[in-house]
Design a protein around this ligand. Sequence first.
Ligand SMILES: [Zn+2]
Length: 429
Amino acid sequence: MTNHLIKGAKPLGGDAVDILIKDGRIAAIGDSLSATGAEVVEAAGLVALPGLVDLHTHLREPGREDAETVETGSRAAALGGFTAVHAMANTDPVADTAGVVEQVWRLGQEAGLVDVVPVGAVTVGLAGERLAELGAMADSAARVRVFSDDGHCVSDPALMRRALEYVKAFDGVVAQHAEEPRLTVGAQMHEGDRSARLGLTGWPAAAEEAIIARDVLLAEHVGARLHVCHVSTAGSVEILRWAKSRGVQVTAEVTPHHLLLTDACAESYDPVFKVNPPLRTEADIEALRAGLADGTIDAVGTDHAPHAVEDKESEWASARPGMLGLEQALSVVIETMVEPGRLDWAGVADRMSVRPAAIGRLDGHGRPIAPGEPANLVLVDPAARATVDPAALASRSRNSPYAGRELPGRVVATFLRGTPTVLDGKAVR
Ligand SMILES: [Zn+2]
């Protein structure tokens, strides 16, 4: 394996140093390092971060390889600076057995571009009726620790309680898509003045907040770990803050799109902006940014949701909800959090690598940039700006809500255990 010498990068935005990568690990950090035979990566002006970790990616394989595959999604992830992604269970067949999670895990290994960490379904077929084989998935080669019916809410409180109790045995976590389904029948966008004016059925904030409130109480009662997917409302942040102050073992993520975009996007009737949970209001965005800044929200999770053209480019009401996210996640965080001074680079590393790795119990990710650690690294040019062109994305789908938008930050290089997956801003393979 080729060794690499990174020259002049700034770990977490600090002083420029050289980083020597040898045999998959960080071998040395210092000034004016040299190493014969090592490939030199010029990194003056670049910020070095631990490889990013996503808790929430839809890779669509098996079942919808026309929208994304494990390989194309892995490449998109590497280009976004990720070294590990959690692959959601709503595939076809659903990842609700050891066999399916091992299949996804093996496909990730074969692609070799990021660590693909399968999420196991909580209930059989995501049907919300009986628990899937959680223990068998935990014991499988995929070593599943995160369980989620994402796309669907585990709405039966007794079943949710049993899932929380069950995963304690193997230090797992239940990641909830918080949506009380009886409050969102036919919902198309955030419920408020705008939905009334546009004549679209609303998705009320209370449908999310009611489930989060219920689940933090259940998690407290049984002493289990709960993770809340894609928090989207100011009220949800308040409930999480309250729960954490009580010592409840709850963590939460926010998506890049909920940090940047509002329900005003629906005015265009362009279905690229249709997503679940929906884009909310300016006041919600402010609360989400504040929650991510103060740590009430632990992580950024992309909810990368590729859709084939026929599922997305239709009229609003019949379009599938979901947006691409992997390739622009870091740029959106720079735009919404770093440039306004709400998060420094150490904070970005914490919310996009350290904490998501800890929630997923991934030992080799989210580690300090220090000698002896696995060389999972990303080099970012924070000064670069570029306009997003969906045609240029590595994802097999094109449903980016950032099309035509100029965003800051460019991933220049990504290393997975010392092997570059991205160099000069391009996928190595
Ligand atoms: Zn979801």
